[in-house]
Each structure stands twice: as structure tokens, then as C-alpha cells.
Design a binder for this molecule. Structure first.
Ligand SMILES: [Zn+2]
Length: 939
């Protein structure tokens, strides 16, 4: 075990003594003569779907100065015309397979990598799969990059930049520019420069494409329900003619990140940030790429993750103290910001207002404490238990690892040389190795590692302070931060004491009750039990997930039972109740410690019309789930520390800064107007915080959980019925309950009627308009048929809006629509939403397109579009019906409203025609209720 001690400092030496990591045999990896790599893996989760990727080891780092922004521009052009798919052919073709543009069909350009994907393609037709390979081929080598299409896309990208140019993006830009002095990284944000995007000559883009998109920089990844041999042969045939790069072709350079001898201090402030933040990094050299294939890499990663996990647990405990200067701190260990040539041990800190320096000092003092004394055996014990239970869950669910997971693993292997490791092999290696490491050795190794990362000088230390710019704010300076670092170095530090409550969650078991009646539900086939205390329980055993039990208990009532005088308390009940309460003797933090290594949770929630106790667990920890549910009903207790912490810090600060964030202002306005300007939908402010009353919150929470007989409990999952029944009798049949007493929802909100037009201006850094139009109705009954119709109408309009606003007019990066129904108590509300972040000068035209096309849908609906929407819905429902969460919803709707959202779904979808959708659009417009909200920049 001494080996561990040298793991971090003598990689090479250790590699000679440790074996190579075995490669997942289920993945077929190969390489063509022209240098193209491919990965093919059969997988059947989700069932009958295939994901296609092309991963490239190039990004904005390969741009020349006059090309800044073109790597990302090129990614857009990949959807605007190629050899086999002219115009928007790729989007149209994949849509016909039920693949959605934006989610299932998309791409991402980074500084170092560019990955395109077509996901969730149904595997039923081989010819469709072949066509997807053709798309990959076009991306690899067949883009047309036509003048006219390039010019059209300039506007779209400019709009994307406007939409993304938030405080958060400017923060990142500043961090990268300042955090990489003397390195190419400093000037290669993928979004690039707008003057280049607007004006570059066509050839510059074609040059980038032909120089860098070539087989030796590319890998094709295909994962899903496919025939591996067939796919391999097809790839070989399709891609073999792509020319290999010339011998003198430029090679991808991995640009270095220089060391900094002195501490690097970076400060930044922006009006549109919502939160102050400090990031401190300690840079170190990454492990050599070749070493990532060696078993020692797994050991090093394990040590790094234990280090972070134990630091994070300490920070979480510290933030509970009222005088702690930060509201959160989180540690990470990996790439330095965006670089592949430098790693960093980093800590991200959320300081309280005006306490940046103190927060930095406190966190660094904690780092020093670990450097001096290490972690304790009990801390490591909890971290290890959590790790082991995580990998055990992963192993138990290995047959449910989705295509997305394997796609990522293959891409990471190509792009970053990460191990191509099967889940069961990883589990076997780690579950054998970890228990052999003694906690002393692990803690010593981690301490040693930290001493290497965090040097006694400021060498390779980088401190970044990002603050909300506002009147009267005093921001940290480089000097004040430097002083904080020095203060941490000089402070006297004592050893950490780990306080743990050593008692079971429930010391005295309640007197068990009985299951007194049971029957099988004829509609759904689940079991309905009645317990001796009057509680109803529904058991639905499924085999969709191998190791999952979901619990959902609900009753009518919710916030609708309380009046305006509780407004502030209700808001807190909704968002905070679980973080400000404990159970029994366990405060919020004690409970986290006590549940180390367990996979079970349960919480109480309250929305407008329904009270919930929700939870879930794996099979092994099912009893813990029951205990937690029992305690949520009988033992919810105050945790003053957590309450104070939530109250004073986090939210006060967030609420104060909300008014300067345009997006938050817009969202608040939408919610208020849609809620008919009722007090229940009024935005919450920092003034309101003063009226929050903790005792009253506890009183309401206890009121809503006093009578378990008001609730219906549902269990969905892979439980063994013989094992779950005694737990139900022990923990649910013993809950305090009043037989036959149920509550109902009370005050049901009205929708805004007639035309509601709200246009307003808002101060913002980047001028950007926001438009939302809702057509609503409260008379159309909530039926499965109407829900399906409104959803289809939304999808069709979405398509039209995207075409007219983005593709034809280049006026916005995104535009879309969605339709759905909602039940407020028992009142059905239908929504059709059109949304678009838009150039301010294009506002009137966008509104006109929204309205005209909605009217148009009342008479004309595109038959092809309808067919595609139907395909997509049928494909999605087939996947969703294999999810426990879906069945939980089915049961909930049936029990609460007598509404069956399941049976007949497919038939109703198939039965829709252009005429039925138009008729529905007319019905919706007849109600004459419209909400239009537009935000434009203040001059
Ligand atoms: Zn983009």
C-alpha cells in the first residue's frame, strides 16, 4: 500500500508497477487508412434508438487572429447545406425521423473540441440509419459553405451573441482573458469577435474548414441498437474516399499555459451578475496523456475525488454557522478553467456581501488545516461509503446506462485519452481496491498531494473575484485579496473535530399497523391497499429500472388553503422547507452525515394545490426510505442554524440583486401577469423576507402532515412485494391519521381574461428584446385528446416561427412555441406560448408573425409538419412508458383528478388531421384571452 504514497509524485515509476486499464470489449474501435477513427457499440437503452457523433480534436484554439469566431460559425454552417443535404436538408430529414433540432440534433464548439450529434434515431429502418452516416460524412468533408448561406448566418450568430452576452458570459470572458497571460487561450473564446463574424471573407471560413476538419482529427461514434459488423462495413465503405491530410499539413498544437511565479489576482464587476464569487486555483501539470491508460490513473482520480468530497463536506458544515463569511464553497480537481495543458486544484466560494476577503481567508485557512493535520478517519469513512455506494448503484444499473453515456465515454477516449472502461470492470477494480486502502494511508496520501498542489509561496496560485456592480459596493482589490491570502498563511490553526450523532434515525420503533384490505385496480393493474389507520397505498411493481423504488404521497390542499397573511411563509415553504428543517434529533447537516453511503431520501413539499411527501431509494436502503418518510410525518423539527443561514445570506443577497438582472425581471413579470396579478404570483423581494416567520412555517408544515389518511401513498419500482409489505405495516400503517378525513383545494386562481398587453423597458448591458405571447383558455376541458391537440399545435407553430424569424429574417437566434394544459385545483387551463429573444428593432415584426401564424393555423396546418410531430410523440411515449416516473404521474393524475393520461394516447395521436388541429386552434382563439409581454432595452 505504500505505493499510494508515491502515486502523485512518481507517476512513471508507478506505471511500471501497475497494469494497463482493460478496454471495454463491447466497443469496436478501428481506424481507416486516411486516419479516421471510429467507435461502434451496441446498446439498447433507451430501447431501439441510435446516437451518432462526430468528434473533432479542434476548436477555436486553431483559429488565426483574423478567424476569431469562425470555428463556431462553421458549426452553424454544418446545418445549412452539404453535398447530400441541400439547404436545411439535415434538419428536415432528421425531423422526419422524430429527431428534434436543438436537442437531439445539435453541436457544440469549444476551445479544444467540436462535437456534432444526431441522437435518439429510431433503429427500425436501416436506410434511415445509413442516411445518418451520410450526415456524418457530410459534416466530415462535404459542407458547401455557400456565399449566400454564410451571409444569412451572420445575423443569426450576431443574435446568438446578444442573447448569450449576459453578465455570466462577460465574467467568463474576463477570467479567460486575464487568467492566461502569455497564452493563446487568452484570446480564443469560441463566440469570437462580432466585427469578424459580420465581415469575414468567405474564404477565411473555407480555409478553417479544410485545414482542420480532416480524418486524422476526427472520430465517428455510433452507439445504440445497431448491427456492429454491418455498421463497421458501412463506415469503411462510406469514409474511405475522404482524402488523408497532406504530409506537410499543419498539426494541432497543444498550447501551453505558463506558470506564474507570483500570485495572479483578477477582479471583475458587472451589473448583471446576481452573485458575488471568488475562485481560487492552484495550477499543476496534468498527468501525461499516455499515463491515462494505466491503473495508477484510477488511483490518482480516486484520491483526488476523496479530497474534494471531504473538503466539500467540511465547507457544507462550516456554512451552517451564522458567522461564516461564505454561503457556499465547492472544490474541484481537473482542467485549469478551459486548458488541456494545465490542471488545477480549485475552490469556488460564494462570499456574503462585503466579505470576499474574509471568505477567501477562511477557506484558505481550512486548506492549511488539512495541509497540517490531514482529514480524520471518520471523515474518510463517510466519503468512502458514499463512493462505494455510488459505484455499486452504477454497477446495479449497468444495463440502463444510456446511449448518451457510452457516446460520452467514446468521445472522451478520442478527445482526451480518457479510459475506455466498461462499467462492470470499473466496479470490480474499485470495489476490490478501495477496501484494501487503510484510512491512514489514504489520508496521508491526500495530505501529501495537497502539500504538492498548494505551495507555501504564491507560485501558480490564481485568485479571481467576480462581483455584482451596484451603487455603494466596495469591491475587493488585488491588494486586499493578497492581504487575505497572507492572513490565512499566518493564522494559528487547530485540529478539526468531527461531531457525529451516533444513534439510529428512529430509536423506538412505532407500534406497527396492518394491511386490512387489498384489491387490484382493473384499469392499470396495480395493487390498492388499505391500512388499519385509514391510509391508502398503491403498489406498482415494474422492471424498468433494476434498482429503484420511488415513493410519492400526495393530498389535495397545498398553499390554496392559506390566505394572503401567510404569503411570505408560503413562499418559503415552497422553496426552502427541506433545507431549514431536520428530522428528530438530526439537524439538516447531521442527517447528511448519518445518511453517508445510503441511497435514500424523502422530503415534504407544498405547491399551489397539492401537498407532497416524495422520496426514493435503492433496494438495499428501502427501510431507510420508510424511516425518512415516517419522520417527515412525525418528526419534522426546526434547524435554527440552517434557517438563519438561508435567511441572512443566500436569499437576501440573491433577492437584492435580482432587480438588476433583466432575465429575472422578465420572468417575474410573466409570472405575475399570468397569475392575474394575484398576490399569490407577486414577485418575492428582500423586503418580504422580513415578514417570514419560522414558527408559522413549522406550524403550517405540521398541519399539512398531521393526517396521513389524507394522503395516497404510491410505490413504483423493482421492489420485492414480500419485503415491502412489512415495511408498509411498520412505518406507514403506524402514522398518525384520521380515518376518512380529507382536505380539498380551496382558493383557485383565475386566469387573466381578454387582452393583456404589457410592454416595458429595462436597463441592460446588451440591448436585447424579449417577447412572450400566451393564448389561454379556462373552458376547454382537460382531456387527453385536448392535451395532445394543443401540444401538436405548439410544435407546428414552433417550426413556423423558427423558419420565419430565424431562417428567413435572421432576426433572432431562437424562436419557438409550445402548447400544454395544466390543472389548477380542478380548473383546466390551456396554454399556447410563443417566445423569442429578438433584436429590439424587430419587435413589431416578430409580434406580427406570432399573431398572423396563429390565425393562419386556424385554417391551414402543414400536413408534413403534422406527420413529423406525430412521429416524434409516438417515439417519445414509447420511451417514457418505460420510466417509473411516468407511471408515478399516471397514478397521481388518476387518483387526484380521475384523469387517465395513459390509455389511448397512441390512437389519439394517430387520429389527428390538419382539420382537427385547425379546429382546436379556432376553439382556443375564440376564448379571446391573450397575454403579451415585451421587454425592450431602456435608452
Ligand atoms: Zn451557436
Amino acid at each position: 500500500m505504500l505505493l499510494l504514497l508515491v502515486a502523485f509524485s512518481a507517476n512513471v515509476m508507478m506505471a511500471q508497477q501497475m497494469p494497463a486499464i482493460p478496454v471495454d470489449e463491447a466497443v469496436r474501435v478501428g481506424k481507416l487508412d486516411n486516419g479516421l477513427t471510429y467507435y461502434i457499440r451496441h446498446n439498447n437503452y433507451p430501447e431501439h434508438r441510435v446516437n451518432f457523433y462526430i468528434a473533432q480534436r479542434v476548436g477555436s484554439m486553431q483559429e488565426e487572429d483574423h478567424q476569431r469566431g469562425l470555428a463556431h460559425f462553421l458549426e452553424h454552417m454544418a446545418f445549412n447545406g452539404s453535398e447530400n443535404f441541400k439547404g436545411n436538408g439535415i434538419i428536415d430529414f432528421t425531423r422526419s425521423l422524430g429527431v428534434e433540432f436543438g436537442s437531439d440534433l445539435n453541436a457544440a464548439t469549444g476551445m479544444l473540441t467540436t462535437v456534432y450529434h444526431v441522437n435518439n434515431v429510431p433503429s427500425t429502418r436501416q436506410s434511415a440509419l445509413d442516411s445518418c452516416l451520410l450526415i456524418l460524412k457530410d459534416w466530415s468533408h462535404g459542407l458547401l459553405l455557400e456565399d449566400e448561406e454564410i451571409d444569412k448566418e451572420r445575423g443569426v450568430i450576431h443574435q446568438e451573441w446578444r442573447m448569450r452576452n449576459t453578465g455570466q458570459l462577460r465574467l467568463l470572458e474576463n477570467t479567460i482573458t486575464q487568467g492566461f497571460p502569455g497564452s493563446k487561450f487568452a484570446n480564443r473564446m469560441p463566440i469570437g469577435l462580432m466585427e469578424i463574424v459580420d465581415n469575414f471573407p468567405y474564404q477565411a471560413l473555407r480555409d478553417y474548414y479544410h485545414t482542420w476538419y480532416r480524418p486524422d482529427n476526427q472520430a465517428i461514434v455510433i452507439v445504440g441498437d445497431i448491427d456492429v459488423d454491418y455498421t463497421e462495413a458501412k463506415i469503411r465503405e462510406l469514409f474511405k474516399d475522404i482524402p488523408a491530410p497532406a504530409a506537410d499539413a499543419p498539426q494541432v498544437v497543444h498550447y501551453p499555459v505558463p506558470d506564474n511565479e507570483e500570485g495572479l489576482y483578477i477582479t471583475f464587476a458587472d451589473k448583471e451578475l446576481t452573485q458575488n464569487e471568488i475562485n481560487v486555483y492552484f495550477k499543476y501539470d496534468p498527468i501525461e496523456l499516455e499515463m491515462k491508460g494505466n491503473m495508477s490513473y484510477l488511483v490518482i482520480n480516486y484520491l483526488k475525488s476523496m479530497m474534494c468530497s471531504m473538503f466539500n463536506a467540511r465547507f457544507n458544515e462550516m456554512k451552517q454557522e451564522a458567522d461564516c463569511p461564505f454561503t457556499g464553497a465547492h472544490c474541484s480537481n481537473g482542467e485549469y478553467i478551459v486548458a488541456d495543458t494545465k490542471d488545477a486544484f480549485g475552490i469556488s466560494i460564494l462570499p456574503k456581501d462585503g466579505m470576499a476577503e474574509k471568505a477567501l481567508q477562511t477557506v484558505l485557512a481550512e486548506v492549511k488545516r488539512v495541509k497540517l493535520y490531514g482529514f480524520t478517519a471518520s471523515e474518510y469513512d463517510r466519503a468512502r461509503q458514499n463512493f462505494l455506494s455510488t459505484i455499486e448503484t452504477m454497477y446495479n444499473k449497468r444495463d440502463e446506462a444510456p446511449n448518451l453515456y457510452y457516446g460520452q465515454v467514446c468521445c472522451d477516449n478520442f478527445l482526451k485519452n480518457e479510459p475506455l472502461l466498461a462499467i462492470d470492470t470499473y466496479y470490480q477494480i474499485m470495489s476490490t481496491m478501495v477496501p484494501q486502502f487503510s484510512s491512514d494511508i489514504v489520508n496521508q496520501s491526500i495530505q501529501q498531494m495537497l502539500i504538492e498542489f498548494v505551495q507555501d509561496s504564491e507560485k501558480n496560485m490564481v485568485v479571481v473575484s467576480n462581483e455584482v456592480e451596484k451603487e455603494g459596493a466596495v469591491h475587493p482589490t488585488a491588494q486586499s485579496l493578497k492581504d487575505a491570502v497572507a492572513a490565512a498563511r499566518n493564522v494559528e490553526i487547530e485540529e478539526y473535530v468531527d461531531n457525529v450523532i451516533n444513534e439510529p434515525l428512529i430509536s423506538n420503533l412505532p407500534k406497527a399497523g396492518k394491511i386490512v384490505k387489498e384489491k387490484v385496480n382493473k384499469t392499470f393493474g396495480y395493487k390498492e391497499l388499505e391500512l388499519s389507520n385509514g391510509v391508502s397505498v398503491i403498489l406498482m411493481k415494474t422492471d424498468y429500472k433494476q434498482d429503484e423504488v420511488r415513493m410519492n404521497a400526495f393530498q389535495r390542499g397545498g398553499k390554496s388553503l392559506y390566505s394572503e397573511k401567510d404569503r411570505e411563509n408560503l413562499y418559503w415553504l415552497d422553496v426552502k422547507v427541506n433545507t431549514i428543517t431536520g428530522v428528530g434529533n438530526f439537524g439538516y447537516n447531521d442527517l447528511n452525515k448519518a445518511l453517508s453511503g445510503k441511497r435514500a431520501w424523502a422530503q415534504f413539499d407544498m405547491d399551489d394545490y397539492i401537498d407532497y411527501v416524495n422520496g426514493s431509494s435503492n433496494i438495499k436502503d428501502m427501510e431507510t426510505l420508510f424511516q425518512l418518510v415516517y419522520l417527515r410525518f412525525t418528526g419534522m423539527s426546526k434547524d435554527e442554524k440552517s434557517f438563519k443561514q438561508q435567511m441572512l445570506n443566500n436569499d437576501a443577497m440573491f433577492l437584492k440583486n435580482k432587480s438588476s438582472n433583466p432575465e429575472a425581471v422578465f420572468d417575474d413579470t410573466v409570472e405575475y401577469v399570468l397569475g392575474n396579478r394575484n398576490w399569490r404570483s407577486k414577485p418575492f423581494t428582500s423586503e418580504d423576507l422580513k415578514k417570514v416567520n419560522y414558527d408559522r412555517i413549522m406550524e403550517i408544515a405540521k398541519e399539512r402532515t398531521a393526517n396521513a389518511a389524507g394522503y395516497t401513498f404510491t410505490f413504483v419500482g423493482s421492489f420485492d412485494e414480500a419485503a415491502i409489505r412489512p415495511l408498509i405495516e411498520q412505518y406507514i400503517a403506524s402514522l398518525p391519521a384520521k380515518k376518512g378525513v380529507k382536505t380539498n383545494w380551496a382558493d383557485i386562481a383565475e386566469i387573466p381574461t381578454g387582452e393583456n398587453i404589457t410592454h416595458f423597458t429595462q436597463k441592460m448591458e446588451t440591448p436585447q428584446g424579449m417577447i412572450r405571447v400566451y393564448w389561454l383558455d379556462n373552458k376547454i376541458p382537460c382531456t387527453l385528446e385536448n392535451e395532445i391537440k394543443v401540444s401538436i399545435l405548439g410544435q407546428l407553430l414552433s417550426r413556423v416561427y423558427l423558419q420565419k424569424i430565424r431562417e428567413d429574417a435572421g432576426a433572432a437566434y431562437a424562436a419557438g412555441a409550445a402548447g400544454w394544459m395544466d390543472l389548477k385545483g380542478n380548473r383546466p387551463i390551456t396554454y399556447l406560448l410563443a417566445v423569442c429573444p429578438v433584436k429590439p428593432e424587430f419587435k413589431a415584426e416578430a409580434l406580427k408573425i406570432f399573431n398572423d401564424e396563429m390565425k393562419n393555423a386556424c385554417t391551414t396546418v402543414d400536413a408534413d409538419g403534422l406527420k413529423e410531430a406525430q412521429e416524434l410523440m409516438l417515439k417519445q411515449i414509447a420511451t417514457v412508458k418505460k420510466e417509473n416516473a411516468y407511471w408515478e404521474q399516471v397514478i397521481k393524475y388518476y387518483q387526484l383528478y380521475g384523469y387517465d393520461i395513459c390509455h389511448g394516447y397512441e390512437d389519439i395521436v394517430k387520429a389527428q388531421t390538419p382539420e382537427t388541429i385547425s379546429a382546436f386552434a379556432r376553439q382556443l382563439l375564440q376564448g379571446n384571452n391573450k397575454v403579451e409581454i415585451v421587454m425592450t432595452p431602456q435608452d
